[in-house]
Design a protein. Structure first.
Ligand code: CUK
Ligand code: CUA
Length: 641
């Protein structure tokens, strides 16, 4: 399909054959050896562009990475929850507030699940939402600037895992706690967990124009673990589904593994009903302390405010709003097909998948056919809601995505494979090994009403022999399968950054044309911006010195600064006067123990330096910006206090 030379192809073929020789210790018997047609499918020639964007979570790196499909080329790492010296995110004065929390400055997190905003259940490419699992937070990243614009902390939660999934018009981004905790937090015996701890499921309203987030309400559920969630769509729009485990409410999960409840639950939440209840004054306003951090694109400034209150809802107080669907063997994944009819529960200790029917669920609720209750929440009868069981033949099912032809693709961690099966008939169509032990998988749009089912990306937990060894730790490995035919075909391996738990993808044309190229200087409302190099100045306010600095190829203004004393706090406010695409300037000061900063065209960013020693100290631009980049430098004279 694309142009390539015969030599390139035969070389690729050779490399692939040799790569296979290294596979001696894997769990699979075959290495998935590829042929040259696979090379053709992933080869994006120099100067050509990819068909899809893929956004992979970085797990404990705290960040999000952007790749192209099918090439597997990494384009960018977007800092979200972690400080990032490459751009100065979390180091510059403007971005430090983004990492503020009720626990103070937390410059790290564990990022699991990206989800792209939707309109009418289809990807609209405006924002991507991601969760911080460790210190519960949800972030919104702009898909025009590829920058983190907002982070909201989630109170009453811990291990923010069943997050951050959105409803089909991005009305809400939803966050569910993995750990139940005392609500409100207090000093109490851990042994009194049962019936005292609560699991908060948070519905965060997304303002439609700018995407600003605000917690509308939290449903305080029984003290289970809430693992994953997905929205209803189509007919089931208005509902949200959460998988749970530890319905025993044990404070140590060793017990749970010993005395396994045969079935845990998928919780079905009618959020529209609860929203109505809250709009009519229902729920309890509870004191809560949580940070809300917003980055403003015109001032280029992040600000952090502490919120003081959250609305909580007791689910037993809202009639017909919350139900439990019995689901075998500690369900992990909880996925909803593009029609919204099927809710798939993957019991991670099971071989089979349980598929619940949304229509049957409604009928059972209508007929009040319950099988008892748990903490006042009705439990539906397993047989009444069951649509079917997929006899997968695999072990350890985790997650399911969908194509546009009525097929589902489920990952199996223990048997290390992707299994393709048919919605409605539940029959297995194909299975392909993964290398090795796959967690999530992603089909662009595969978590929406309109999937683009050309490729599936498997994100594997164990890499072992897939790449040249790099010491005891290998980067995680993703694999691309062509799913355009009846059988899946493994066509590429690529290393990822951090641990990709999940990913979201979309067609390139949805984002490429509206990706921002520059910030307009005439729209720069940063309080310390300078409009032109001749406005540059140095202003002392007591011990604080503000340097209003301009950068343009290839000069800093001012570049010789005197009058600074040991003990001063020097704020370098750097405005990049370029109005050209892709010409950032950097700034770094000798001995600076924070980070360099990178300033985009039209932007102002601030770096703080506290000189400890007298002398004449240089600074320079860190980004090779022109032939005279090495001339882009300056000196600061530091005198005794
Ligand atoms: S996940 Cu977070 S433990 Cu299956 Cu979404 Cu990897
Ligand atoms: Cu500016 Cu190098």
């Amino acid at each position: 399909m694309k142009k390539y030379s015969y030599h390139v192809l035969s070389l690729l073929g050779l490399l692939l054959v040799f790569a296979g020789c290294g596979n001696q210790q894997g769990q699979g018997s075959s290495n998935g050896a590829l042929n040259s047609s696979a090379a053709e499918k992933v080869y994006v020639a120099p100067g050509q562009q990819d068909e899809f964007y893929a956004f992979l979570s970085g797990g404990y790196s705290g960040n999000l990475t952007v790749y192209g499909l099918p090439s597997g080329r990494m384009f960018k790492e977007i800092p979200v929850f972690s400080q990032f010296p490459t751009s100065g995110y979390g180091y510059s004065e403007e971005t430090k507030p983004m990492l503020n929390t009720s626990h103070g400055f937390v410059p790290w997190d564990d990022l699991h699940h990206p989800d792209i905003s939707q309109t009418n259940g289809e990807l609209d490419g405006r924002w991507i939402f991601v969760n911080g699992n460790n210190t519960p937070r949800i972030a919104r990243v702009s898909l025009s600037t590829f920058e983190t614009e907002e982070i909201i902390e989630i109170p009453n939660s811990a291990g923010n895992h069943s997050s951050s999934f959105i409803t089909e018009n991005t009305e809400y981004v939803v966050a569910g706690t993995r750990f139940s905790v005392p609500v409100p937090q207090r000093d109490m015996p851990i042994a009194e967990y049962k019936s005292n701890f609560k699991g908060a499921l948070s519905f965060i309203e997304v303002e439609p124009e700018h995407g600003h987030m605000d917690i509308k309400f939290q449903v305080l559920m029984p003290g289970f673990n809430y693992d994953l969630s997905h929205p209803g769509r189509g007919d089931s729009h208005g509902w949200f589904f959460f998988s749970t485990y530890n319905s025993e409410e044990a404070s140590t999960l060793l017990e749970v593994n010993a005395s396994q409840n045969d079935k845990d639950f998928i919780a079905a939440i009618n959020w529209k009903k609860i929203e109505e209840y809250v709009n009519n004054g229902g729920g309890t306003k509870m004191p809560a302390n949580y940070a809300h951090n917003v980055y403003d694109e015109s001032t280029h400034m992040g600000t952090s405010t502490m919120k003081k209150e959250v609305v909580t809802v007791d689910p037993t107080k809202v009639p017909d709003a919350v139900f439990f669907l019995p689901t075998p063997k500690s369900p992990h994944g909880c996925d909803v097909d593009p029609s919204g009819q099927y809710i798939i529960g993957a019991g991670k200790l099971s071989a089979d998948l349980t598929v619940h029917s949304f229509d049957k669920m409604l009928a059972a609720i209508e007929g009040k056919k319950f099988d008892g209750e748990a903490y006042g929440i009705p439990i539906l009868k397993f047989e009444d809601v069951l649509a079917g069981t997929v006899k997968s033949g695999g072990l350890g099912p985790l997650h399911t995505e969908f194509d546009s032809k009525g097929n589902a693709y489920t990952t199996f961690f223990i048997s290390s494979e992707v299994v393709k099966w048919k919605l409605g008939t539940w029959e297995v169509i194909d299975r392909q090994p993964t290398f090795y032990s796959v967690g999530h998988l992603m089909i662009p749009g595969g978590n929406s009403r309109k999937p683009f089912g050309k490729y599936v990306v498997a994100m594997n937990k164990i890499t072992k022999d897939r790449y040249l060894p790099t010491g005891p730790e290998m980067e995680h490995s993703a694999q691309i399968y062509d799913i355009s035919g009846e059988k899946m075909e493994l066509i590429y391996d690529f290393p990822t950054h951090g641990e990709p738990h999940y990913a979201a993808g979309c067609p390139a044309e949805l984002l490429a044309s509206k990706s921002k190229k520059i910030y307009r200087l005439d729209e720069n409302k940063h309080p310390y911006a300078v409009t032109s190099p001749d406005q540059a100045k140095v202003v002392r306010e007591g011990k604080n010195v503000h340097v209003y600095m301009s950068t343009i190829r290839s000069h800093f203004t001012p570049d010789n600064i005197e009058g600074i004393k040991v003990g001063d706090k020097v704020y370098f406010h750097i405005t990049n006067h370029e109005q050209d695409f892709d010409v950032p300037h950097g700034f770094s000061m000798i001995g600076q123990n924070t980070s360099e900063i990178l300033v985009m065209p039209g932007q102002t960013k601030t770096s703080v330096w506290e000189p400890k020693q007298v002398g004449v100290w240089p600074f320079y631009c860190t980004d090779f910006c022109s032939a005279l980049h090495q001339e882009m430098q300056g000196y600061v004279r530091v005198s005794p206090a």
